[in-house]
Design a protein around this ligand. Structure first.
Ligand code: UD1
Length: 417
């Protein structure tokens, strides 16, 4: 299993390009299931989660062709096997995103339940309830969701909580339903908007994406289209945090601060100097960061996917920060690993109290989930001496060529097999 070896203590400096957003690309790949015509995508990140999704789509009969360095063409005309097996879904929860498109286009789907994951129970009841409201007949048997509908019907759906993939699944299903669907309490995440824009290019009639009420007027069929995936705001935020924590100065290109207001504000509160350009962001860290407290919540509030990285930032800042996690019940596993590097963190339920220390010392740590891994990388870059991060397959799920990008910024990072 690959590990990452980091020789810490080097401020990050230089310029690096940000990849396409994993969380926008995953649902957009699934949108290919909705049409028998080719969907041509650009700026698709090279990530393990993307490869997993492509394998899953290929198993269903979607033809996948590479198109240049970061492009893909997905052709769903041969779609003939509306099944997502446990073997596929257990490795990636986002596989549930095939459910809505499959029922809408094939009239049936068999998709394994994702089950638990490291950061919490994460049920999919809202996805199921929404499809039932659209007239799908759903049975959950032997760990599989079996859904059937000759044609879905538009419905008014109000989700019990804000769910990102839930909103995306239902929005995709509604595109081919008969009549109008209204999703209330919809997720407002930029990735939902990117998916909606792709669907609209395919002929879908969607309004309100980016607000908490999305209206979809179903059409008979969708067509092929071209779409470029938005930049990854979480990758962007992660590199900003790494530069901030190491006292560095970087410029991130092919990205935008447009969807990162809360993250940029927190980094400025911590004392960073941030300049936003049209397609780039520059950050210069202060000589010592100040602690910043935060609370995670659905967009446009502070993203849970940036919580772990800010814990690493606060670990070496001056002062005491409280980090409150409100989305997932078990998303502080990185805290104990950060403590192995010398961080002073106390967990009280869904609050983490982080007392900044003057320095961290390298150690061997273990990555437990994707963003937890990112926080360990940041801490390893700050720590004196050598940090060895085990189980970095989590990182490869969501960060493209991380060691190469960090090395370009002057970090001493090596992948060891
Ligand atoms: C998406 C993101 C993930 C991010 C999360 C929250 C993708 C592929 N993943 O995950 O990176 O951390 O949003 O911003 O886009 N819930 C239910 N029932 C449901 C659905 C959700 O109880 O049917 C709960 C979850 O357990 C969680 C909360 O709602 O506590 C939000 O989850 P959700 O927004 O659905 O997360 P994902 O879409 O899985």
């Amino acid at each position: 299993m690959d590990k990452l070896l980091i020789q810490g203590g080097q401020p990050l400096a230089g310029e690096v390009a940000i990849s396409g957003a994993k969380n926008a690309a995953l649902p957009i790949l699934c949108a290919s299931l909705l049409t028998a015509e080719p969907l041509q995508l650009a700026n698709v990140p090279h990530l393990n989660d993307i490869s997993t999704m492509l394998r899953l789509l290929a198993q269903m009969g979607v033809e996948v062709t590479l198109d240049g360095a970061d492009g893909l063409v997905l052709d769903g005309k041969g779609l003939n096997n509306p099944l997502a097996s446990y073997e596929m879904v257990k490795t990636m929860r986002a596989s549930i995103l095939v459910l809505g498109p499959l029922v809408a286009r094939c009239g049936e789907a068999r998709v394994s339940l994702p089950g638990g994951c490291a950061i919490g129970a994460r049920p999919v009841d809202q996805h199921i309830k929404g499809l039932q409201a659209m007239g799908a007949e759903i049975k959950v048997e032997q760990g599989y969701v079996h859904a059937k509908a000759s044609r879905l019907k538009g419905a008014r759906i109000c989700t019990d909580m804000v769910t990102v993939t839930g909103t995306e699944n239902l929005m995709m299903a509604a595109c081919l339903a008969e009549g109008e669907t209204i999703i209330e309490n919809a997720a407002r995440e930029p990735e939902v908007v990117d998916l909606a824009n792709c669907l609209i290019s395919m002929g879908a009639r969607i309004s309100g994406a980016g607000t908490d009420v999305i209206r979809i007027r179903g059409v008979e069929r969708l067509t092929g289209a071209q779409h470029s995936i938005m930049p990854d705001r979480i990758e962007t935020g992660t590199y900003l945090c790494a530069a901030a924590a190491t006292g560095g100065e970087i410029r991130l290109t092919r990205t935008s601060a447009a969807y990162l207001d809360t993250v940029v504000d927190k980094l400025m509160d911590a004392g960073c100097d941030i300049v936003t350009e049209r397609d780039a962001i520059r950050l210069k860290a202060p000589s010592r960061l100040k602690s910043v407290s935060l609370r995670t919540a659905p967009y446009p509030a502070f993203p849970t996917d940036m919580q772990a990285q800010f814990m690493a930032v606060n670990a070496v800042a001056e002062g005491v920060a409280t980090i409150r996690e409100t989305i997932f019940e078990n998303r502080f596993m990185h805290a104990v690993e950060l403590m192995r590097l010398g961080a002073d963190i106390q967990i009280e339920g869904s609050n983490a109290i982080v007392r900044g220390v003057d320095r961290l010392e390298g150690a061997t740590v273990m990555a437990t989930d994707l963003r937890a891994s990112a926080s360990l990388v940041i801490a390893g870059l700050v720590a004196r001496g050598e940090t060895l991060i085990d189980r970095i397959y989590h990182l490869d799920r969501g960060y493209e060529r991380i060691e190469e990008k960090l090395a370009r910024l002057g970090a001493r990072v090596k992948r060891v097999h």
